[in-house]
Design a binder for this molecule. Structure first.
Ligand SMILES: C[S@@+](CC[C@H](N)C(=O)[O-])C[C@H]1O[C@@H](n2cnc3c(N)ncnc32)[C@H](O)[C@@H]1O
Length: 276
């Protein structure tokens, strides 16, 4: 129905943006490499616009259907980012580099957005999963996705919380994060380092979630290379100021040619005390 499209300003804006990207690909791309990059961004934009996306992982019996609200969510959490897809696949493999299978672990997903990574952890048999985000509209979307994929009511196993990085209010959840971080085995952080003004907050928060005494804990930080020198400097500060062991994990099995940017997967741990 033609009228429906005309009355949909979001669809109009999206169509205009896609046209813009296509024009950019034709006129601005000076090399085949540029053209490839612009085409990948257009693909990503197309994926973000889909109202739902279905993810199938061989380790999980049923498909995971994720509702996206790319423009309706106030911050960036309305779509599934490639880093979340790579991190989800790493969780499915559950190799020794992430401390083995997710089954039985207590997991907290920071900046969960649509909650894909939290849902994957829960489907893999985590003992508990807390999906968290600072943006209220993302929290609502995460809760809907968690509900639609098997946990319609919050329970002890899967829960969704509003948590703004570095803000520890008096809610039992944030108190536990701050006061008993050892209760969490695995922290997930997919595509959270795109804004370098947040690096001091992230550095401080990672230090609270993974204090030096929590030598059994891991934080998996997955992100695309948007500005390598800036991101590398953040890794240096995690090592030098934060005192973390920073280990780069191999993403080759999960990086695909349709992803807009190269993906990085970093595991943060605390040095284990030397045996006496
Ligand atoms: C690029 S999205 C990534 C979402 C999801 N992890 C993924 O990869 O699909 C970044 C997420 O971090 C959240 N976020 C940004 N700043 C935050 C803050 N200061 N406190 C809590 N969450 C924040 C946003 O709301 C958004 O959901």
């Amino acid at each position: 129905m033609a009228g429906a499209a005309v009355d949909d300003p979001v669809a109009d804006a999206m169509a205009a943006a896609v046209d813009f990207l296509a024009d950019l690909a034709e006129t601005a791309a000076s090399t085949a490499d540029d053209e490839h990059k612009v085409a990948r961004f257009a693909d990503e934009f197309y994926r973000f616009r889909q109202p739902t996306r279905t993810f199938v992982f061989p380790e999980i019996a049923e498909p995971i259907v994720i509702e996206q609200r790319y423009l309706a969510v106030a911050d960036t959490g309305g779509a599934v980012y490639d880093a979340a897809v790579v991190l989800a696949q790493c969780l499915c493999r559950g190799g020794p580099e992430i401390g083995g299978p997710v089954r039985g672990k207590h997991v907290v997903d920071i900046g969960t957005g649509t909650a894909l990574t939290a849902i994957v952890a829960a489907k893999l048999g985590a003992a508990s999963v807390a999906a968290t985000d600072g943006d209220r509209t993302a929290v609502e979307l995460a809760a809907r996705n968690v509900g639609a994929n098997g946990w319609p009511q919050p329970n002890a196993t899967v829960s969704v919380h509003r948590f703004v990085w570095g803000h520890y209010d008096d809610s039992p959840f944030t108190r536990r994060l701050r006061d008993a971080p050892e209760a969490t085995d695995l922290f997930l952080a997919a595509d959270l380092i795109h804004d370098n003004s947040m690096y001091p907050v992230l550095l401080e928060m990672f230090g609270v979630l993974l204090p030096p005494r929590h030598t059994a804990g891991r934080l998996l930080m997955c992100y695309p290379t948007r500005c390598a020198p800036v991101e590398e400097a953040f890794l240096v500060s995690l090592r030098e100021q934060g005192g973390f062991v920073v280990t780069r994990l191999d993403v080759a099995p999960w990086q695909t040619s349709t992803m807009a940017l190269p993906i990085n997967l970093i595991c943060l741990t605390r040095p284990r005390p030397a045996p006496v």
